[in-house]
Design a protein around this ligand. Sequence first.
Ligand code: FAD
Length: 491
Amino acid sequence: MSSDKFSSARAYPARRVARWDEETDVVIVGFGAAGASSAIEAAAAGAKVTLFEVGAGSGGASALSGGEIYLGGGGGTPIQIQNGFTDDTESLYTYLKMAGGPDADLAKVRLYADNSLAHYHWLVEQGVVYKGTHIPTKIIEPETDDTLIWCGSEEAWPFSEAARPAPRGHVIQWTGWGGGRKLMDVLEARVRKLGVDVRANTRVLCLVADEDGAVQGVAIRDNGAEKFIRARKGVILCTGGFCMNRDMMQRYAPNALVSNDPIGVVDDGSGIVMGQSVGGDAIHMDQFFTTCPWYPPESLVKGIMVNIHGQRFINEDCYHGRVSAYIAKQPRSKAYLLLDNDIFGRPMEFSRVDVAATGETWAEVESELGMTAGTLTATVEVFSREAAKGHDPLFRKAAKWLKPLTKGPFAALEMDMSTSFFSYFTLGGLNTLPTGEVLARDGKTVPGLYAAGRATAGLPRWGEGYSSGMSLADCTFFGRMAGKTAGAKLS
Ligand SMILES: Cc1cc2nc3c(=O)[nH]c(=O)nc-3n(C[C@H](O)[C@H](O)[C@H](O)COP(=O)(O)OP(=O)(O)OC[C@H]3O[C@@H](n4cnc5c(N)ncnc54)[C@H](O)[C@@H]3O)c2cc1C
């Protein structure tokens, strides 16, 4: 077989396969959190599972991650309760619905909210350890091995009015950032214990399908040799997103390209393209998560964010990613964080957020930023006047974060999507049922094809609503669903 026969954008016709090199029940493509969770459940359902991973071992973006998972509801996880919080399922449902944006997948949101507590217990059964301690301050990821953090906009308007807030970021016990590697080690151990046949350094080149699009297997490249693998029960695509594929980014999500900081490993969109090759529908392809870690220190949250015209545009107590998504939409994708001397601080160095202007008065800062006289000063004056009374009538920032910005000297920190660290990854992907079955444009399922994780548009599908932990929640939970469905299917 010569390799020019294969393109992820074209399914290989099953009728041209003279001989299958191998047969299995379920083929899983990709060994990140979604692939591992799919493999565990498919194997637990009694299926023979073969998992192909182009990299040298388990990992993907999942291993780079903080290992934080968005969990709650059902009265509260043991960790929430241990730290004095309760969490009702309806509040979790409402929060996830709002976070999913105007096209939230309500079936997935319902299923996840109803089963999030059980999913917590499943993770613990797999071997995930939570230390159980809570960090009350606003952070990005724990520097310590603590567990429970505020990881979204739960306490901020409009979410706080619609859903009772609770901290839901559950971080695997691991000292410092990057608990995702530990999470993957735990899941990998379970995958191997269940006898899944793991093939690293093996790229899945394309799907193999009947003329009507029914998926029969895959073509792989294994040690330079191309082979056909038959999947009797189905193929599960768990290949991650497409933030590293410049052409796809240009076509679908060009607004993210203002930033130079995609985060991921392979993320070339191959699974999405394979799904499309058999009629799978890819949705919300313009959506991406982006964040500039502009806090901690949390005193900065008491500052106000203005665009280049000196206008506020959001309540700054929202999740750092929601604020960043709003910055991305401002003129020149740029904002200034205005601070007075009481709250001045510097974000972590890697954020590349620098001081753009200082002054003894706000008028001096305004002039140094080159803004029209009276614009920034009016914004600060109105904000400070109302903050002194304990409100923010324009953007409804919570009283806890309100403080008149009146103690000079004053400073403006610059957050510019093209020069500051605005990391991003994609949220669009294949449209799937909660069972993991891939949907075609006509709403019918593509026979034999499943997908999970960032190869799909899942719970997180709206940049403005994303909260930390939602992607891994989606990958692990709906990865499990895909594995259960494919593993149990009659072949
Ligand atoms: C620095 C960082 C921190 C993050 N922190 C968090 C966090 O704390 N919580 C959270 O919820 N989210 C977090 N995220 C996002 C989250 O990690 C990812 O969205 C998620 O892990 C994606 O998982 P996945 O299984 O879909 O894909 P991946 O983990 O990327 O796995 C996909 C795998 O498929 C393989 N693959 C791709 N194509 C092929 C092919 N054709 N053949 C064979 N193999 C293939 C890849 O090599 C890869 O190993 C973070 C992301 C980053 C980068």
